[in-house]
Design a protein around this ligand. Structure first.
Ligand code: ATP
Ligand code: MG
Length: 340
């Protein structure tokens, strides 16, 4: 009998995770870089760098983040190649070598992608998996999350990632277009906003997008400030303390009205007798779901429509890939797309 290896992959804008049926789990930053020139090649001694390795050597690289704003940048061949390198790397980590012919004779992958990529990039994703896995199932990220949590009936998943915020109402069957929404306000847009606000207030300070992202991941909040937020950045080369409490609040709260509006709109479309159950089963996932007081802010908004409950996943890293793996293990032969 052929040995089957099932994997669930969460292909994210900022991080990608893989869970294998052999018990292996890995997460990498979704960056791929190629040495920029002959000097870089000599220093790095590698043909391609992936994940944290790529970010920390970025000055020497032609660096790509292939899924910005939740879409594969189809125009660019390099970005399509970057997705392929990223997928190969993830599969390599769980023990599948190129072609999948060593560790198992049949590699079956469920890949969760932002809902918008599912609509427009499916063919590209399919092509990038050719020759890497044998069978493929592409699903939307929030659906993979719902599946992994066994939250399949009368629930709403709100997955706030880096590139997109994805919404999905589960009705106990595969979700359709009408059950899902994608917004491009998410972690990256908060970072851009925060960078702009900090630069406006401290025009002399030297601040990068990588620095503000780190500050956000430590200090994000909405509502009342839990503490004063003071960070350090160089002004004319001198490390200087900057109070960014107001800027952090404003940047994080830029998420609130679009997320609330979309949540209420999807709720209003649920059949009336199930609305209350869905309102009380709202699950916040993704890194953006960790913003302090965000569940409370959403619950406050739900009060206008009769109240509800929002819980957030404390450890969102593998929720999507574990859900993909659970799906892979359950999917009948007929649901798979054969690639080889
Ligand atoms: N504690 C935190 N507070 C606020 N944001 C956070 C926190 N931790 C991580 N993030 C942000 O969450 C985002 C990453 O989340 P996640 O890994 O779910 O995204 P992704 O799956 O890569 O993106 P997408 O789902 O859009 O493709 C980044 O923008 C990151 O800065
Ligand atoms: Mg994600």
């Amino acid at each position: 009998m052929a040995e089957i290896l099932h994997v669930g992959i969460d292909l994210g804008t900022s991080r990608s995770a893989i869970s294998g049926s052999n018990g292996e789990r890995f997460v990498v930053d979704s960056y791929v870089g190629w040495p920029a020139d002959m000097v870089a090649k000599k220093v790095l001694k590698r043909a391609v760098l992936i994940g944290h390795d790529a970010v920390s050597n970025r000055t020497m690289l032609d660096l790509h983040r292939p899924l910005e704003r939740g879409l594969l940048k189809e125009g660019s061949e390099k970005d399509v190649e970057a997705v392929r390198e990223l997928l190969k790397h993830l599969l390599g980590l769980v023990g599948v070598s190129n072609g999948g012919k060593v560790a198992a004779s049949d590699v079956r992958a469920v890949v969760g992608v932002p809902a918008a990529a599912l609509r427009t990039n499916k063919q590209y994703l399919r092509n990038s998996m050719k020759g890497i896995v044998d069978s493929l199932l592409i699903v939307s990220e929030p659906f993979a999350v719902a599946y992994g949590l066994d939250a399949l009936l009368h629930t709403m998943i709100i997955d706030i990632g880096a590139g997109t915020s994805d919404f999905c109402v589960m009705r106990g069957r595969y979700p359709t277009e009408e059950d899902q929404r994608t917004l491009t306000v998410a972690g990256d847009s908060i970072d851009a906003q925060l960078l702009k606000l900090v630069e406006e207030r401290y025009p002399e300070a030297n601040v990068t997008i990588f620095m503000v992202r780190e500050w956000k991941e430590k200090h994000s909040f909405v509502g009342k400030a839990p503490e004063k937020i003071v960070v350090t950045a160089p002004i004319k080369g001198v490390p200087t303390e900057l109070d960014i409490t107001k800027e952090m609040k404003a940047a994080c709260e830029s998420l609130l009205s679009p997320v609330i509006e979309t949540m209420l709109d999807l709720l209003a479309r649920v059949e009336p007798e199930f609305q209350e159950r869905v309102r009380n089963n709202i699950i916040l996932s993704g890194g953006g779901g960790l913003i302090r007081s965000l569940p409370q802010a959403l619950e406050d908004a739900l009060k206008q429509v009769g109240g509800g409950a929002v819980r957030c996943m404390q450890d969102p890293v593998f929720v999507g890939s574990d859900g993909g793996l659970a799906l892979a293990l359950d999917a009948p032969d007929g649901d798979w797309e054969k690639l080889s």
